[in-house]
Design a protein around this ligand. Structure first.
Ligand code: GSH
Length: 306
């Protein structure tokens, strides 16, 4: 059994989501940081840095209790323990870890600093505000691109981090005005998952914006599919989330066609990377077709269903 010391902030939501997804049994141990409970002597023994989240795994390494603090380290520990969300293959593992690092060192501090200068710092502070706003918007764009490119691999550990990145109530309100409309189309599905895995954690104002911006079909899809099913392991199509999301998000036929074409790209790239000589042979188009047959079938079926 794992004890999770936490409250409701986005940093701890990452851990709730991970525990739910891995299916590891856990107890929630609330630590009210607004009431300074992190400064209690007993908590200081768990985390000298006096921040949540912290976990205590009573069946840790060697069967002994083990304490982990820092959300990134906790995610890696849980991934190790469950064997989920962190691929064994070295390249894929570091693909995931580098995005985890971006969340920890980029998203967290930039969003936090933006909130600080936006809401709390004495005015005027135009330079600081503009610096962090630029960085925040740049990161949203980066995340959009990542979600777009990743598709089927959306829910690896680094992405779970990004889905529920560290936002306070104040961050949420600035979020609503800061996310560009095109970004909302990709960030909001992640919020829909967060809403589901951490009910009550997202303020009402954000939920109504979610309802306004997220296509009803996509909301329904987020409500139906688990993070695991939405991942690459979805047997229906290796791009699972990509195709369904593309279909639901696309605003025009041209855009839909472009997204489908783009979603084929990673598989073609894998084929060429793995079998470089094949790419030069006349067999290549046939192999390409075969390897994408399930995808073509999925597209055909979902189009016919409409
Ligand atoms: N780098 C830490 C940050 C954790 C963090 O900032 N936790 C906040 C809640 S989200 C906290 O405990 N704040 C209380 C305080 O700073 O005194 C992590 O990723 O775990």
């Amino acid at each position: 059994m794992i004890d999770l010391y936490a409250l409701t902030s986005p940093n701890v939501q990452k851990i709730f989501i991970m525990l739910e997804e891995t299916g590891l049994p856990y107890n929630f141990k609330p630590v009210d940081v607004w009431a300074s409970e992190q400064y209690a002597e007993a908590f200081g023994k768990l985390n000298p840095n006096r921040k949540i989240p912290v976990i205590v795994d009573h069946e840790g390494p060697g069967g002994k209790p083990y304490t982990v603090f820092e959300s990134g380290a906790i995610l890696m520990y849980l991934a190790d323990k469950s064997g989920k969300f962190l691929p064994k293959d070295t390249a894929r593992k570091y693909d995931a870890l580098q995005w985890l690092m971006i969340q920890l060192t980029g998203v967290g501090p930039a969003f936090g600093n933006f909130t600080h200068f936006n809401l709390f710092a004495p005015k005027p502070n135009d330079y600081a505000l503009s610096r962090y706003k630029t960085e925040l918007l740049r990161l949203y764009d980066l995340i959009d691109q990542r979600l777009l490119i990743q598709r089927g691999k959306l829910m690896e550990i680094g992405d779970v981090q990004i889905v529920a990145s560290r936002m306070t109530q104040e961050d949420w309100s600035s979020f609503l005005s800061a996310v560009p409309p095109h970004g909302a189309r990709f960030v909001y599905p992640a919020l829909a998952f967060t809403e589901r895995y951490a009910p009550g954690a997202i303020p009402e104002a954000v939920l109504s914006a979610l309802a306004a911006h997220l296509a009803p079909a996509l909301r329904e899809w987020c409500a139906r599919v688990t993070l695991v099913e939405a991942s690459e392991s979805n047997p229906r199509s290796r791009s699972g989330i990509g195709l369904d999301m593309a279909r639901m998000l696309a605003r025009s036929r041209v855009e839909r066609a472009r997204m489908w074409l783009r979603s084929l790209f990673p598989r073609r790239w894998n084929l060429v990377k793995r079998y470089p000589r094949l790419a030069a042979s006349p067999l290549y188009p046939l192999c390409y077709l075969l390897i994408n047959l399930d995808r073509a079938w999925h597209i055909l079926m979902t189009t016919l269903e409409k």
